[in-house]
Design a protein around this ligand. Structure first.
Ligand SMILES: Cc1cc2nc3c(=O)[nH]c(=O)nc-3n(C[C@H](O)[C@H](O)[C@H](O)COP(=O)(O)OP(=O)(O)OC[C@H]3O[C@@H](n4cnc5c(N)ncnc54)[C@H](O)[C@@H]3O)c2cc1C
Length: 412
């Protein structure tokens, strides 16, 4: 019965361990995955009392194929979690296969290890608690950071308050006031994958209506594990059967299922004095559904703004305005990616193979993948986002490092 879906027991505090958590903190970060941990990392050493909460223990629940540009792992000090590295992408269509030689390498990583490494860069406190939503504000206190009313969050372990609250809880955007998405009537894609044991050399994609009319199938090898899945841009298309079909076509076991909704539209970065990062802000890129590096990218940018508040360089309103500006400055890039996402399924299947072959030409790949990486460049992890000169210098260094990566892969 390889299709049997076993519900795993997730590590979290249960029963008597769930003592009340009521209290007030300088910063409350809800969600301890990529975006939430990236925010916490930027607050390390600031002296702020930072509480991170999640319904599960850190690193407990993987929800992705865990693919990311290698340079992001290096820039964030997370390279230790890397499982496999790729310098090419093999795309299959019913009318032929094409290999893209990438100008930078892509890696798969181990989710738990990456979260552990990220957490080691933080000095926040962590508790497991399920967030139920925002509590209607009853008080308007002035705490340390200027005229900032505290925001109260209801959890299953009590009400927790802070003047600085981050929603990094994923696509549900639980702490927003009323613009929640209700799938399938929302700009969300559907993604599901299986994780059989096995190994493979290539990172592969399938653009094939047999698996999904609008979207793609993938195989991401990660050492001794394969991540095989299907993503549909159309939230009404169920991907379970075709995920199983792809696994079957590849002769792999259909085990260890995991899936989620994937936002494909940028949303407001702040709302009602709450800050949003990662999937809660629609930071996952349309077309590719790459949301890890962008969750880290926007999480780091937000963490820096919040650090400015706890260190007294700005107040919450200024931080909110700066973060919203940063978020909105990316809007046109997300819009373009969404346009292409909508266009690709309309291209007649027989034209897709020659078009993909054309796109795989060296100069076009370098141009398109270069721009694509620049949407959320790894240099941000190492320095200030608005320091152009330093960014250019780091870009230069990064390009050298990327060159070394390719040599490394070729040597292997
Ligand atoms: C099948 C699939 C494959 C994917 N593959 C890739 C990939 O290879 N590369 C890539 O870049 N992107 C991939 N993505 C997208 C990527 O997973 C997301 O964009 C990314 O995880 C967003 O990070 P995040 O921190 O914003 O949210 P999440 O990773 O979703 O984290 C949200 C956190 O909030 C917690 N939480 C949620 N609700 C509550 C609650 N009520 N109370 C307390 N805690 C709560 C969760 O436990 C979780 O820890 C994939 C997505 C899917 C579905």
């Amino acid at each position: 019965m390889d299709t049997l879906c076993v519900v795993p027991v997730r590590a979290t505090k249960r029963g008597e361990e769930r003592t009340p958590l009521d209290g007030s903190h300088d910063v409350l970060i809800c969600g301890a995955s990529f975006a939430g941990l990236a925010v916490a990392r930027e607050l390390a050493g600031s002296g702020a009392d930072v509480l991170v909460i999640d319904r599960y223990e850190i690193g407990e629940r993987q929800t992705s194929a865990c693919g990311i540009p290698t340079e992001w792992l290096r820039a964030t000090g997370l390279i230790g979690a890397e499982r496999q590295r790729f310098d090419s992408l093999l795309i299959h269509t019913p009318h032929g296969d094409t290999r893209f030689r990438l100008p930078w390498t892509f890696s798969t990583f181990d989710y738990r290890e990456l979260c552990d490494l990220l957490w080691r860069q933080c000095d926040a406190r962590f508790e497991t608690a399920k967030v139920n939503g925002r509590r209607a504000d009853t008080s308007s206190q002035t705490r340390h950071f200027g005229p900032s009313a505290e925001i109260s969050v209801e959890t299953d372990r009590g009400v927790i308050s802070a003047p600085l609250v981050v929603d990094a809880l994923g696509w549900r955007r639980l702490l927003a006031s009323g613009d929640g998405y209700q799938p399938p009537d929302a700009p969300l894609s559907r993604g599901l994958e299986v994780h059989p044991e096995g190994s493979s050399e290539d990172m592969e994609l399938w653009i094939d209506r047999r698996y999904v009319p609008a979207g793609y199938g993938w195989l991401f090898p990660a050492g001794d594990e394969l991540r095989i899945g299907v993503g549909s841009f159309d939230p009404r298309f169920h991907v379970r059967e075709t995920t199983e079909l792809l696994a079957e076509d590849l002769g792999r076991e259909r085990v260890r299922y995991q899936g989620n909704w994937i936002p494909h539209k940028l949303r407001r970065a702040t709302e009602g004095d709450v800050f949003f990062a990662g999937d809660s802000a629609g930071h996952c890129l349309p077309l590719t559904a790459e949301g890890i590096r962008t969750a880290l990218y926007f999480g780091i940018a937000l963490g820096r703004e919040l650090r400015g508040v706890v260190e007294g360089r700005q107040d919450r309103q200024q931080a909110a305005a700066a973060y919203a500006r940063f978020n909105d400055s990316h809007e046109w890039k997300f819009r373009w990616m969404l346009r292409v996402q909508r266009l690709v399924p309309r291209i007649p299947p027989r034209l897709r193979a020659p078009l993909i072959r054309f796109m795989a030409r060296k100069r076009i790949v370098e141009w398109s993948f270069g721009h694509y990486l620049r949407i959320a460049p790894p240099e941000l992890a190492a320095g200030s986002a608005d320091d152009e000169d330093r960014a250019d210098e780091k870009q230069h260094n990064a390009e050298h490092a990327l060159g070394r990566d390719r040599d490394l892969v070729e040597a292997e």
